[in-house]
Ligand binder design. Structure first.
Ligand code: 5AD
Ligand code: SF4
Length: 460
């Protein structure tokens, strides 16, 4: 474990009091997963402590920071494109600062390429150097260009300032990194090995969040079910302890790896009323052969058994998943196994992806890479099947009544529609207004649409 050093704290104070010009504004553009969003809240916390204030928009920012993702090619291309488009602005406003950080920049070759190709970028650093931001900022403010690409750090960094989005729902990282080395995935290379935060620290953070009005917490990790293995505790133990915290009404978690879902986890979900009845359980493929090539550690049958166990103990559980189509060597028969699994499980929702070769991963070197056209075709077929499953699943909810936490309000249509999720992750829209955001309301479902549920507030 490591916190910010006294020297780093000192730099922060000096930045705030002496170096950062008054009124300098930052904007962080975040790509990718919830882990990155959570990191961005820490980056924002550091920037505020260094004397910056948040800008309302990119255009209004004096410092624009891109927190990048490299899980798929698409995300990388977008980042390069969006940064390239800033050249003119930099020419016109030389004091405008541009920074790029996150997973994509943790890959040394990519960071160097960006540094060379875009000489107008001021600051580049990876996922392991967030706590060094004060020192990097100091150098950037004195006119230096900084490319900070250090070795992966095996420490858990604690105590960074955090600026959270206001509201009642927020996330807490409980662990960092991943040890699984699924053959397609770059995460273990850019996020490093699994390391868990001490439970006391997590529980203290959640208690403080509850005290400041947050009541829905999402516990985050690449594979939360292996939380604690390195420090002699377990994820279910953490859930039991977190559920005791007063003021917390809902506990969510993601992501779960099917090979690590234990009977103790299922029991905790069934036992603890605060733990939400939703699990994000990426299956990736329904073909045993492909699952083996992916290094996933379970079979089609084992996944179905797990689903049956979860539904046996937690009957109203909703299951969401991630699926990759077009993994190297995936045949029509393999793909049919995936479709079959989707039919068998009836997922609440599926995030579907075309396989994207990631340099340095094993799958990128595998023979029989599929043409893009084939991947696209399979993705469409899969999405069509899932759409019909989603619709079927939605129809089950007609007449359902439950509590939702209002997340937002869509005012674009003729009638303003507020929306929020039931405890088990199902989203419902209903006539409402923006003042309801953050409230828990009782809502009944009247209609099921293709992608969403329509309901109304129940006054009891
Ligand atoms: N190609 C396509 N999808 C990928 N994912 C991870 N790596 C790749 C890749 N190389 C997907 C997986 C994972 C989700 C976050 O992104 O489905 O669960
Ligand atoms: Fe990537 Fe697999 Fe780890 Fe998930 S479990 S982050 S897919 S290596």
């Amino acid at each position: 474990m490591r916190g910010m050093s006294a020297q780093e704290q000192d730099t922060l104070t000096r930045l705030r009091d002496e170096i950062t010009p008054r009124g300098l504004k930052y904007y962080i553009e975040t790509y990718g997963c919830q882990m990155n969003m959570n990191d961005s809240e820490k980056l924002a916390g550091i920037l505020c402590a260094a004397g910056f204030s948040p800008a309302g928009s990119k255009e209004d920012a004096d410092f624009l920071l891109f927190n990048t993702c490299c899980v798929r090619d698409h995300a990388e291309k977008r980042v390069f494109g969006n940064i390239g488009a800033l050249k003119q602005r930099k020419d016109e406003q030389p004091h405008f600062l541009i920074g790029v950080c996150g997973c994509m920049m943790q890959q040394e070759a990519v960071a160097k390429k960006l540094y060379k190709r875009y000489p107008f970028v001021d600051l580049i650093f990876g996922t392991h150097q967030m706590h060094e931001l004060p020192n990097m900022l100091q150098r950037v403010m004195s006119g230096e260009r900084v490319l900070f690409n250090a070795e992966p750090d095996s420490n858990v960094v604690e105590g960074l300032p955090v600026l959270r989005a206001p509201g009642v729902s927020t996330s807490v990282s409980i662990m960092f990194g991943c040890n699984n080395f699924c053959s397609y995935c770059i995460v273990p290379y850019v996020r490093g090995r699994e390391r868990s935060r001490e439970p006391e620290r997590i529980l203290k953070e959640i208690t403080d969040l509850a005290d400041s009005g947050y009541s829905e917490i999402t516990l985050l990790g690449q594979n939360v079910n292996s939380y604690g293995k390195d420090i002699g505790t377990t994820f279910p133990e953490l859930l039991y302890a977190a559920a005791k915290i007063e003021g917390i009404r809902r506990i969510r978690f993601m992501t779960s790896h099917p090979k690590d879902v234990s009977p103790a986890l299922i029991r905790a979900m069934a036992d603890l009323p605060k733990v939400c009845h939703h699990i994000h359980l990426p299956v990736q493929s329904g073909s045993d052969r492909i699952l083996r090539l992916m290094n996933r550690g379970y079979t089609h049958q084992r996944y179905l058994e797990l689903v049956a166990q979860l539904r046996g103990k937690v009957p109203d559980i909703e299951i969401t998943t991630d699926i990759i189509v077009g993994f190297p060597g995936e045949t029509e028969a393999d793909f049919e196994d995936t479709l079959e699994l989707v039919r068998q499980v009836g997922f609440s929702a599926a995030f579907t992806f075309m396989y994207s070769p990631r340099p340095g991963t094993r799958a990128a070197e595998m023979p029989d890479q599929l043409p893009q056209s084939e991947k696209k075709k399979r993705l469409l077929t899969l999405n069509e099947l899932q759409a019909s499953q989603t619709k079927k699943n939605n129809e089950k909810y007609i007449g359902y009544v439950g509590d939702i936490l209002v997340e937002g309000c869509d005012t674009r249509g003729a009638e303003a529609l507020a929306y929020g999720k039931y405890q088990n992750f199902k989203m419902v829209y209903f006539p409402g207004h923006a003042d309801m955001i953050g409230q828990y309301l009782r809502v009944g479902v009247k209609k099921a649409q293709k992608n969403s549920l329509i309901g109304e507030i129940i006054h009891e």
